[in-house]
Design a protein around this ligand. Structure first.
Ligand code: ASN
Length: 319
């Protein structure tokens, strides 16, 4: 999965290989994953909301130590400054408070990652998250939702796409549920700062990791210092595929955290106003990186292999 040169990658995802047997099998797996996941969520009563891509406010992706953004894109429309979407987290928080209490969004994100990230095998500068948000939800509710989506899509892919899996020379076994939960501190003790790689290499089932210091919107228990947030780590070096959390909803606390992070409070004035008026509901949610999950099922060498129009950091393809 890692350490490939960008030159090799460009070849791997050239326009000519767009319709190869291997890539066609990947698109088929992707189609099945999207079918199963959206169907399961609809059966559970989630609303299906369509995404937005330009907005006055987006996810700051800061101070997440895992983020490595080279450039934040802002442009002017109708005389106003807008940003391209880094994640719909702020939109999800507002919608879950004022609109449907549980919904999902297939949300395209633009994150201009540093060039070096082209070689990790895991990063794209355009990708899609399957975002979920549940009013008054807890982390465990979100765990159960995604465990079901993951298990059912693997089951269906294995049952229905035998020729495709054969072409890919790959078959992922159905994971055991519930997935194990590790604390980030315990993994740091064992693996140091590269805990994600360590646990991904050493486990054969996906695992949840909780309590990861990051953006202001994730809930932090001020008494214990623990964050009520999580990542899901896939095995075999595929690494993180879901991030999520229970959310902050109290005005004073959010304001304090926004200032602590050195962010501009004006950027978050809407969500702050709702919090101040007591209209921001507690919620929990997460986003699953669709391309990463498909890449895992397909045993892709680089996550960009599952994209017909690959978005590898550091490269700008013809299409
Ligand atoms: N989708 C993530 C969440 O719901 C946020 C992110 O992508 N940074 O927590």
């Amino acid at each position: 999965m890692s350490g490939r040169s960008i030159v090799g990658l460009e070849e791997l995802v050239s326009v000519e290989s767009m319709g190869s047997r291997r890539r066609m099998a990947m698109y088929r797996v992707g189609t099945e994953v999207l079918r199963v996941m959206t169907n399961r969520l609809l059966e559970k009563g989630f609303y299906w909301i369509l995404p937005v891509m330009l907005s006055r406010v987006t996810d700051p992706l800061w101070p997440d130590p895992g983020a490595s953004i080279e450039k934040r894109i802002e442009l002017e429309i109708y005389g106003e400054r807008v940003k391209t979407m880094q994640s719909m987290i702020i939109h999800k928080r507002v919608l879950v408070s004022l609109g449907p209490e549980k919904f999902f969004i297939l949300s395209p994100n633009i994150r201009i990652e540093k060039r070096e990230r082209g070689a990790t095998g895991k990063h794209l500068y355009e990708f899609t998250q399957l975002e979920v948000e549940i009013a008054y939800g807890r982390m465990e509710d979100v765990f159960r939702v995604y465990e079901d989506l993951i298990v059912e899509s693997i089951r269906e892919v294995n049952a229905r796409l035998r020729p495709e899996l054969e072409a890919l020379g790959r078959q992922v076994k159905i994971p055991e549920t519930p997935f194990k939960v590790y604390k980030r501190r315990e993994l740091e003790g064992k693996y140091g700062s590269k805990w994600e790689e360590g646990i991904s290499r050493d486990s054969s089932n996906p695992v949840w990791v909780v309590d990861i210091p990051r953006e202001f919107y994730d809930y932090e228990d001020e008494e214990t210092g623990e964050w009520r947030n999580f990542d899901l780590i896939l095995p075999e070096g595929f690494g993180e595929v879901i991030s999520g959390a229970e959310r902050e909803y109290e005005y004073e606390k959010m304001l304090r955290k926004i200032e602590r992070d050195g962010l501009r409070r004006e950027d978050y004035s809407l969500i702050l106003r709702l919090a101040k008026e007591g209209k921001l509901k507690p919620s929990a949610g997460a986003g699953l990186g669709i391309e990463r999950f498909i890449a895992y099922l397909c045993g892709a060498k680089h996550v960009a292999e599952v994209q017909p129009f690959p978005r590898i950091p550091g490269t700008v393809p013809p299409l």
